[in-house]
Design a protein around this ligand. Sequence first.
Ligand code: ATP
Length: 318
Amino acid sequence: MTEAWGPDDEDDRRRRGASGPVRVRVPSKINLHLGVGPLRADGYHELSTVYHAISLYDELTARRGDTLTLTMEGEGAGELALDESNLVIKATRALAAYTGMPAHARLHLRKQIPLAGGLAGGSADAAAALVACDALWGTGLSRDELARIAAGIGSDVPFLVYGGTALGTGRGEVVSPVLARPVSWHWVVAVADGGLATPQAYGELDRLRAAGGAPEPVGEPDALLAALRQRDPAVLAAALGNDLQAAALSLRPALAETLKAGEAAGALAGLVSGSGPTCVFLARDAAHAERIADELIAANVCRDARAAHGPVAGARVS
Ligand code: ATP
């Protein structure tokens, strides 16, 4: 596997690629802060966000092949199209176009990240495809080059190439790492029944704002960035914020029950992840997160609840 090779083997790697399967693990993301600015002329909103990669993973395996094929299992199997519309295929073709390689690979996706959940699962899979095919084909691109290709695929894809905790600006595709203490934060991810289309959530926020019914915007993430420089989850809890939460709650009023149940279970804070409908809760530690997850499942306010931690690395050969 590529990660076991030292820098002296770099030329060799570029020449050969991998002969065996390449397995890549990729995390999901939550937004610790999601400030949605005005709608731009190109139809995107100007964002000011803090991305955070958490330990709820998809896994993509790439093998050599004579054509490009994609199979899958897990979340969304039987529902998610595996054709040219799939972000894995789009990313593989984008890498092939950039490197001049034929887009040949047999790809298999094991999906744990719920579809249209506000956790950027599709973007994660695209990032995984870039890293996996780069290793399979031996094209040896740097992370920065992969991130540049990623930006053409979707706004969240560059972040999932890097992982960690990072500031996202522009439409989210301009990513810079956040300098934070090396602290692990513990989360509970409450998965809802069914997804919520991201454009629908942005449309609802525009509607609420035009009608004067949206809460005060969260603005710039200064307080959140300051909180990340401390070790206290209670301080982080007070700084979390998401402008899309009001839109997700308006489209899915039942999410208010999920948020309330998390608070009742002792979470330090709860918020909608990205465009929803997944809700995430901050816990004091790993055991606390497990207890909150159990209580959310018992309260029957979500399809599933899982403990996770962050920050974790982006798409990596495992
Ligand atoms: P975000 O948080 O980035 O807005 P999301 O988590 O709400 O995204 P995703 O699961 O990333 O939603 O994907 C949204 C849509 O993208 C899906 O409903 C599907 O139509 C399309 N899509 C294409 N390829 C994939 C993929 N590999 N996995 C998931 N969705 C994909």
